[in-house]
Write a protein that binds this ligand. Structure first.
Ligand SMILES: [Zn+2]
Length: 160
């Protein structure tokens, strides 16, 4: 079973090494579809859409109406800092490919327990940069390692 939720935000970015127009600072109305693959529970739900929304809210809020700037783009970073314009510094060039991969990794890392609890096996992130272009990244949700399980069991025992 697959479920998906759409997200959208507006942001500016540039690719400083690009030989065409993309080297100029410009904006996109980003659209993103996050797809989760898993098994519905007894009530017929894979995961509450609100929980997915909440898991990605910190990212979407940080990126909305912001300049997405690669940490290696010293020129743009200086402008963003001098002006105080809202910006998000990212450890990669802000291509649609890198952004989609980052979101997939972020979700698998920050919502790992939620995804595992709901038996979500795979995460797919389609990031649409324009009406006609998108990149899609996919990650398998890592199964709980033995060490993690032991640590969580220990934490629960402490809580009692
Ligand atoms: Zn662009």
């Amino acid at each position: 079973m697959k479920i998906a939720k759409r997200f959208r935000w507006e942001a500016a970015h540039r690719l400083p090494w690009h030989e065409g127009l993309c080297r100029n600072l410009h904006g996109h109305s980003y659209r993103m579809i996050v797809e989760l693959e898993g098994e519905p529970d007894a009530r017929g739900m894979v995961l509450d859409f609100q929980h997915l929304k909440r898991a990605l809210a910190p990212l979407v809020e940080a990126w909305d109406h912001a300049i997405l700037v690669a940490e290696t783009d010293a020129e743009l970073l200086a402008v963003a800092k001098q002006t105080g314009w809202k910006h998000a510094v990212l450890p990669f060039d802000t291509t649609a490919e890198n952004l989609s991969d980052y979101v997939a990794g972020y979700l698998c890392e920050h919502a790992a327990e939620m995804l595992r609890t709901h038996r979500v096996r795979r995460v797919r992130v389609r990031l649409e940069e324009t009406e006609t272009c998108y990149a899609e990244a996919e990650r398998a949700v890592a199964p709980e390692t033995h060490a993690n399980g032991a640590a969580q069991a220990a934490t629960k025992q402490h809580a009692r």
